[in-house]
Design a protein around this ligand. Sequence first.
Ligand code: NAP
Length: 899
Amino acid sequence: QKESFQQLLQKIVEKGVTLQGVVHLWSLLSDSQQLNQAQELVCGSTLHLIQALTEVLASQLPPLWLVTQGAQCIAAQTTINVQQSPLWGLGRVIALEHPELKCHRVDLDPNHASIAEGVEMLLQELFAPDAEDQVAYRQGERHVARLERFVPQASEEYPQQLRLRAYGTLDNLVLQPQQRRQPERGEVEIQVRAVGLNFRDVLTALGMMQEYTQHLFDSAEQVVFGGECAGVVVAVGSDVEHLQVGDEVVLALAIGCLAHYMTIPAELALPKPQNLSFEAAATLPTAFITAHYGLNYLANLQPGERVLIHSAAGGVGQAAVQLAQRRGAEVFATASLPKWKFLQQQGVEQIMDSRTLEFAEQVKAATEDLGVDVVLNSFNEEYIPYSFQTLAHGGRFIEIGKINIWSQSKAKEHRPDAKYEVFDLVEMVREQPELIAQLWSELGTELRTGQLQPLPHQVFELGQVQEAFRYLQQAKHIGKVVVAIPPLKEQKKVEIQAQGSYLVTGGLGALGLEVSKWLADKGARHLVLMGRSSPSAEAQTAIAQLEDLGVKVSVQLADVSCSEQVSQIMQRIEGELPSLRGVIHAAGVLDDGVLQNMSWQQFVKVMLPKVEGTWHLHQLTKDLPLDFFVCFSSMSSLLGNPGQGNYAAANEFMDAIAHYRRGMGLPGLSINWGAWASSGMAASLAGQHQQRLESSGISAIEPQQGMQALGSLLSESPSQVGVLPINWSKFVSQLPSGQKIPFLEALISIEPSLTQKSAFKAQLEAAAISERQELLTIHIRSAIAKALGWRDGQKIGMRQPLFDLGLDSLMAVELKNRLESSLETNLSSTLLFDYPTVEVLVEYLANDVIPIEFSSNLDEIENLEQEEIDNTFRFQEISEDEMANLLARKLESLEGKKS
Ligand SMILES: NC(=O)c1ccc[n+]([C@@H]2O[C@H](COP(=O)([O-])OP(=O)(O)OC[C@H]3O[C@@H](n4cnc5c(N)ncnc54)[C@H](OP(=O)(O)O)[C@@H]3O)[C@@H](O)[C@H]2O)c1
């Protein structure tokens, strides 16, 4: 009763007590109740509480926590307490209508060991200092709600490609639908089966290559990954003679091949050695072609000659070692210490440290001052003159690096006796595209017979592509990291059967009739359309059109919220029609109003068809072999909508039932539709309401679009999906606080205009000065945990050296990027080396970086000299090995600071 809450609050006010918060626990008692009584306890009590709070406390509203238990679906295949779930939909509307209540929703673990444990979790939540307002606890872990863009499962119809949401962290790598391109003249289309990752891919994702890739990509969203791969020809353009469908090939210089398909000039598709797997073959093209051309063409390496191969454990280095050994040359190799053993196993005897310049002296000593006949160089700066020192009189110096390399004249001046050749694979292909095929065919026999071996490689599945990037990022491996891409299957389609019946509740309404037409189009011949009132003139016309198509339409006048009436319809279907194969539950009514003015009767009216109705449909069909059970829910329950507290609660129940049914192994799909154009509920709303939708960035769904979405969702396997054309920046800008809300984080991070305002920064500014340091500490720990791939950051000790936890140099770059965006500031690349524990990091950021006040007496710490790592990456078209070497050397010098 609203009056009871009023009295209670009045008493509190009279006693002069200031309410610090309100915790609503009534829902926890609802399980044993009938569905309708449960709703009164769950939603009725909340409605009356809100009304009493806003009336009695008006301007001094305390924060509100709505507590449920097991009402949210955290993991698939678990049952949920559907009775309590409408409170979450209502909560979303409360949050919009009364932002001052800071309405939190907390879902406790239905299986916690004891009530005390549940209470402990709840208390923990009440004092949680972060901005999360939709939280669930399961087995002691805290889960937060995030809306994610739905990507259809990859299938022949929906191939995917790896893309980037924003520069900065590997979390931003996402598989997105790929647009296939038919091969034009001289081109072939390849179904990609394995991709050799390159270091360049990692640096691109972290945003470290922007300066050098801007001619390829204007923004992060345009970035594509992958450069070499193996696959199968699936389409051939005109004028291509040497390839046909079914041929297995490898591709070099295939930018963007981290995808299911790739269309590319035919001369870049080279025959795959049949004895090799796709994964092994994907390691070959760039490394072997580069090494072969460098050593055998440019240097014309001869048996018995000596060759210095820099970075011999790297990709090109590895290929060069094998080719030089095959030629009968003596290999002098440089590599970092941990990789020596590997080279020794390959029979390399002369191995030197690549991290110092001592190799020059060592080569001379080992060759009685004669030096080597050939140098294959990928190092730069002072390594170049030192490498020249190792070169015998009249020797050949092959440069495969690209940055800060020497010009012909400089080399001539320095060593007039030497032959100096600069080689760039991209350039070579541009000038002589036919050469690549020739080089490859020369390698072919040896690769086929196993005389040349593919590079050692670690394979990851496409679904683990982020892990693959992280593995490469750690740069501890030898050889290549390969992403395997299994061939796509055809999408599993739900067949609409002529020999089955389909029940559409609300079938005489606007969307019900649309769906009926769509079902008929797809082959349905027996439709049962249910509504309470006789068909309107419009509905009669539509039914007549269906009948003209040969569809048998059975109109059933019944109330879906009445169990007996639904049961009678089921009996009729069983007795008179083919077996029921699908249910579309589209019955519903609206009765809008702000919560302050809404009566419980209004609530009940809207809840009946969606709560009671859905429950009856579920109960009465759960033993039938249905192909689908679809609830027409609304975006109101997903995002909230002011004035629709009752409707949001009712739709949330449908969402929950879809999850619930899936937990039972039954079909279940709830679609949170946006507003439909032209007819139906949304179209009948007042112009003012429609205008509000428009101004909040939501546009209408065209019937054809909507039905197409329905068709593809039926074949997919999600339990709940929102379908709404929405401009997120407009949507977020009209929200009460104007701030980023955590629930939408994953979606709005791809809208550049919205990333400008960080949710954490806003939260920090809003927090009391005394709380800020703690907030910052929690934030930093969780950012570190993310970089490490851990779930929980709170276990990280304040003084634990981060590099001892497994943080490495590239993770440090990622972490720095993450902090830069959440703190809206620029940070030095050496941040984590300069401040290598949570404690010093927090001190530094609070005192010297974040321009707001923190209450702390921490001593001023000296601003350490900051070194810019980025300058080192002044590379253009830089080679893979070169990049790895540069980075390794730079990071090693940084790591020196650590100790
Ligand atoms: N249209 C939109 O923009 C939109 C957006 C999001 C979600 N949706 C959802 O999609 C569904 C269909 O919407 P619509 O636009 O087609 O609405 P509509 O034109 O108003 O149709 C709804 C139908 O449901 C029937 N109905 C209501 N209560 C019933 C009950 N207790 N038992 C049996 N039938 C009942 C109504 O007929 P009687 O009153 O004669 O029974 C009416 O024909 C609704 O559930 C709605 O929540 C629609």
